[in-house]
Each structure stands twice: as structure tokens, then as C-alpha cells.
Design a protein around this ligand. Structure first.
Ligand code: ZN
Length: 487
């Protein structure tokens, strides 16, 4: 990026979503692309990393409250370990990066750069679990993994190395493991809805699209403004397949040896991509106050003769907000005019702006402006630290409502192959339809349109009529399927 490049966003979110997204990410100071020859990798800048840290803190607190401890496992996995669970090998084989040399010496056994860590964590869980008293066992690691996909880089959405957390647990029974799977899915959903202002859909993946070796893969899906779905977090009930492959067994109350039931669950920085994509606009980044590194920016507006009083008033406001634990920035730079500052902080996504000029000082007021829609109101100087909390709630509610409306408007029904193709082709979004469970009935949608079944809602959330038939083949339907194009 040239140093002379203009400050503002030049692409349009509506007409050129991909280019617009890349521009927002770079100009809002979130990430850069890695050097040539390293396509697929990005440099996460402090402003981008701060957002990831907020997601991390939110989830980490939830995990710890529900019995999870953090641990850390090596970046590399011996090939023989990876091969012990055959579905993992087949599922990840084309995307695994291999280390063949240490210094100048060829290794006796190749080491995989972890694409996911079941194969290195499970053998140790097997050592740690002896009896039913050792269960449940729950570990999580915050780490990066590498999947060598040959696709265009899209920061946070598609990168060869990505940051994530992966939780791994072992339980006595199938039902215990299922409860764990859903607990984590609930926590992902609540992180999206309560921190990122993004409503999600939840359900399970079709059998042919499960995590390799899993009994059930559950997912939360978020709809992006371009009509595509993002797989926003997944939680897998692994059944006993990993326990059997890696010997995670325990002696039960009758001293019988049993295979444990395991789960794994992961959420990556794709959540950050969804956050940026969902709320931002043609002026730049838009962030909910819950996660914004600066929740309020104060822009003083002065002439030479009013500078001193305006600035001193603004500093008092800043101090009061800081004392109340609010993240606030006072932009007192003399070399830039207020208009320039407005644009710059809009680009960076600060949710609430305070404008303070001589009139505000005289009337003991503050002009408060909301980033998402520019709505401007006056607040009394007195009690501003409490009043601003209401503004945060309002901004959050506006962002959530817009995303919720987009989701509600973009779930459509269809009851034939032609109608599914036509509806997604024309509008994007989700098309829900009764489905027989057969992969071939997905293929006839996937091939012409690259839309697939992103999830099937749980029966409890959305039950299917007894007499429903698959809209594609006319056989008895077993599930409701949500088709969508996806990231
Ligand atoms: Zn069918």
C-alpha cells in the first residue's frame, strides 16, 4: 500500500464486496498481506489483534466458568500419530504442511504442522484418564493451525494459518458428550449475539459434511450482507472413534474398561471477519461498543480564541469517562481539522463520537453522534458517564437489528430443485427445504450454483412435518436443510 494512498474507502460494499472488505481491513489498520511468496498469510496489526483478544477474553471466561482448563500442545504432529485416526488423515491430507528437515538433517519421520490437534492431544488424554473419577476431562488451547489451501487470501476468512481455540473433552457417556457439544455451541452463539451483535442460526452439518471421524458436527452460521453464509463456529460430538483410535479408556464403577466419549470444538478468527463484514460500511469499519478498542472519541472544535476553554472542558469529560471505565480517546491534534478527524475515526470504527465546541461549553452540553447512522443528540455534561452507556446500548441495538433484519429477510422457502436454484441465484441468503438426507440431492444444487447445505436445524428448534417429502427427489424427508452459498 502506497503511503500517499487516500484515507477513505473507495470501493462500495454493495457492488464490490470483496475489494471493499480488503480495503476496510487494511485502511482501518487491522491487517496487512504477507510478503510475496507467502500468499495466504497475513500480518495482524495491533488494532486487529485487540479485537481478537476481546473475542478470546469473552470465550475464555465462558469456558473457565464451565470446567475448561487451558493447556498447550506442540505445533507439530508426527506422521504416525496423524495416521492413527484414518478419517483425520483422509479429511485433512491435501491441506497438511510437512516438515521434512531439522536444520540440514532429514527427519526420520515427517512432522505435520497441525491442521487441528486431536491426534496430538488424544494420546495424552489417554494417559491422563484412568478411572471414571478422572472424567469429564476438558482442555482447551489457544493456538494457530495451518491448512494449506490454494485459494485467494481473504484476511480472517481465508488464510493458510489462522488463530483459533480448540477444546477437547472426554466423558463417560454419549449423553454427557452431547451435553458438552451443545454447551460449547451455546457459548459460541452467545459470543456472537452478545459481543459481536451478530444473530446466528444453529444446527448440525449433514452427515457427509461432518468433521472427519465425528459422530455429529454442530455449527453456528452467520449470514453476511452479500448473501453468503459463514460457518462461524463448530462443536463436534466425536463419539468413541477417537477414544478407540487413541485408547482413551476408563474403568467404570464396576471396574469394567470403557471407551470414553469425546468432543472437540473450535472457533477461529473468522469470527473477526464476520464482525468486520457484517457491520462496516462505505465509510469504513463499524464496531459495536462491546468490542471497540475506543468506545468514544472526543473531537474538540475550536477557534484560536476558544481553544483553551474547549480543550480543558474536553479533558474534563475524558477524565470522567476514564474514571467510569470507558475506553475513550481525545483527539487534540492541532494539525488536523475536525472534519478530517471525523472521517478518520469513522474509518477506524469508533462507535460514539463526542463533539465539543464553544456552544457545548457555554450550554454545559455535549453533542453525541452514533457511528452507524450519524444520529446526533445533545446530552447534559452532568452525568455524561452514565448517559453514554445508554448510547452504547442504542448503537448495539441498531447494529443487531440491522443484522437481524437482513437474516430474517433472507431465509426463504422453496420446494423444488428449480425453485431452490432460482431463489439462491436471485437473492442469495438461505433457502430452507425438506430433504431426504441423501448427498446426491445436495449435489444437484451444488454443481450448478456452488450452494450447499450449510446446516440442518435441530428438531427441537424446527420440527419437520411427518408427511414432508424431499423437494429434490420426492422421497420421504428426514430433515430440514438450509442451502446457501458460503465462505
Ligand atoms: Zn432427496
Amino acid at each position: 500500500m502506497s503511503k500517499n494512498q487516500e484515507l477513505g474507502i473507495t470501493e462500495s460494499k454493495e457492488h464490490n464486496t470483496g475489494e471493499w472488505y480488503a480495503e476496510v481491513v487494511q485502511k482501518a489498520g487491522l491487517a496487512n498481506y504477507a510478503p510475496e511468496g507467502m500468499s495466504g498469510f497475513i500480518i495482524t496489526r495491533p488494532r486487529g489483534y485487540a479485537l481478537w483478544e476481546s473475542i478470546q477474553q469473552n470465550l475464555d471466561a465462558k469456558f473457565k466458568k464451565t470446567g475448561v482448563q487451558n493447556a498447550y500442545f506442540p505445533l507439530f504432529i508426527p506422521e504416525s500419530y496423524l495416521e492413527r485416526e484414518k478419517d483425520i488423515v483422509e479429511g485433512f491430507d491435501p491441506e497438511v504442511a510437512w516438515v521434512t528437515h531439522g536444520g540440514h538433517d532429514e527427519l526420520e519421520e515427517r512432522l505435520a504442522v497441525r491442521p487441528t490437534s486431536e491426534s496430538i492431544i488424544a494420546p495424552y488424554m489417554a494417559q491422563w484418564v484412568r478411572s471414571h473419577r478422572d472424567l469429564p476431562l476438558r482442555v482447551n488451547q489457544w493456538a494457530s493451525v495451518v491448512r494449506w489451501e490454494a485459494t485467494d487470501t481473504k484476511p480472517f476468512f481465508r488464510t493458510k494459518e489462522f488463530l483459533w481455540q480448540e477444546g477437547h473433552t472426554a466423558h463417560e457417556t454419549h449423553d454427557d458428550a452431547w451435553e458438552e457439544t451443545i454447551t460449547r455451541l451455546d457459548q459460541y452463539q452467545s459470543m456472537y449475539e452478545d459481543l459481536l451483535a451478530i444473530p446466528v442460526l444453529r444446527g448440525q452439518k449433514p452427515d457427509h459434511d461432518k468433521f472427519p471421524g465425528a459422530h455429529t458436527t454442530t455449527t453456528v452460521e452467520a449470514l453476511m450482507p452479500d448473501g453468503k453464509s459463514v460457518q462461524a463456529g463448530t462443536s463436534h460430538h466425536l463419539g468413541t472413534s477417537f477414544a478407540e483410535a487413541f485408547d482413551i479408556t476408563y474403568s467404570d464403577e464396576d471396574d469394567e474398561i470403557q471407551a470414553a466419549h469425546t468432543t472437540s470444538w473450535g472457533l477461529s478468527w473468522r469470527s473477526l471477519g464476520a464482525l468486520i463484514m457484517t457491520h462496516s460500511d462505505d465509510q469504513g469499519l463499524v464496531l459495536p461498543p462491546t468490542i471497540a478498542p475506543e468506545q468514544v472519541v472526543i473531537v474538540p472544535i475550536w477557534q484560536e480564541d476558544t481553544q483553551e476553554e474547549v480543550l480543558s472542558y474536553a479533558e474534563g469529560v475524558k477524565k470522567e469517562l476514564e474514571d467510569a471505565g470507558i475506553r475513550v480517546e481525545l483527539d487534540a491534534r492541532e494539525q488536523h481539522n475536525p472534519g478530517f478527524k471525523f472521517n478518520e475515526w469513522e474509518l477506524k470504527g469508533v462507535p460514539v463520537r463526542f463533539e465539543i465546541g464553544p456552544y457545548e461549553v457555554a450550554d454545559e452540553e455535549i453533542t453525541v453522534v452514533h457511528r452507524p447512522d450519524g444520529e446526533s443528540t445533545k446530552e447534559d455534561r452532568d452525568g455524561i458517564a452514565e448517559a453514554v452507556i445508554d448510547h452504547f446500548d442504542e448503537v448495539y441495538a441498531k447494529l443487531y437489528a440491522t443484522a437481524e433484519e437482513n437474516l430474517a429477510e433472507n431465509v426463504r422457502e422453496a420446494d423444488s430443485r428449480e425453485e431452490i436454484l432460482g431463489t439462491i441465484g436471485q437473492h442469495g441468503g438461505y433457502v430452507k427445504t425438506p430433504w431426504c438426507g441423501d448427498e446426491s440431492c445436495e449435489d444437484v444444487i451444488k454443481e450448478p450454483l456452488s450452494a450447499e447445505i450449510v446446516m440442518c436445524p435441530f428438531d427441537d428448534d424446527e420440527a419437520l412435518d411427518d408427511d414432508a417429502v424431499c423437494s429434490i427427489c420426492g422421497e420421504q424427508a428426514t430433515q430440514t436443510a438450509y442451502f446457501a452459498k458460503n465462505y
